[in-house]
Design a protein around this ligand. Structure first.
Ligand SMILES: [Fe+2]
Ligand SMILES: [Fe+2]
Length: 150
């Protein structure tokens, strides 16, 4: 497996959980549970991806701009998560905040898959692509455990 295949696995989970979240209606334990899973998935993926995909890219002059852009989007996603947490689930403001979050995540995933993966494919060596996949996956699993226990 290479780093792109490894990253895409979580992207698919993020897409599924985002779609499930927007289908929930009103305050419910189901909504709480899906949001919790979504938040864990996003946080674990972001951290592991920053450590074992973006940091190596930042070390190359051609990877600086894309890395800055992607990490600022991770930060925006974190802020949208906070807005959802602060919104009242019994009002329509909650769904509006959730929709903003899911839209931002989808925008980010598509930009990574259609632009950054192609650009970074030219920067990283084949050996790096395989090694980073292993490192990313073990960090991702560790972060998921930590997030779930928090
Ligand atoms: Fe990302
Ligand atoms: Fe990603």
């Amino acid at each position: 497996m290479n780093i792109f295949e490894a990253l895409r696995q979580s992207h698919e989970i993020q897409r599924q959980l985002g779609a499930q979240l927007l289908k929930t209606k009103g305050a419910s334990t189901e909504r709480d549970e899906i949001f919790k899973q979504y938040k864990i998935e996003l946080a674990a993926h972001e951290t592991a991806e920053e450590r074992y995909f973006y940091i190596p890219l930042l070390m190359d002059d051609n990877g600086v701009d894309l890395t800055r852009h992607a990490m600022s989007e991770h930060h925006e996603i974190d802020e949208y998560i906070e807005q959802v947490e602060q919104a009242d689930q019994t009002t329509s403001a909650w769904m509006a905040a959730a929709k903003k979050l899911v839209d931002q995540v989808h925008h980010h995933l598509s930009e990574e898959e259609h632009r950054f993966f192609q650009m970074s494919g030219k920067i990283l060596t084949e050996t790096q692509k395989t090694q980073l996949a292993k490192q990313y996956l073990s960090e991702y699993e560790l972060q998921k455990q930590k997030q779930a226990a928090a």
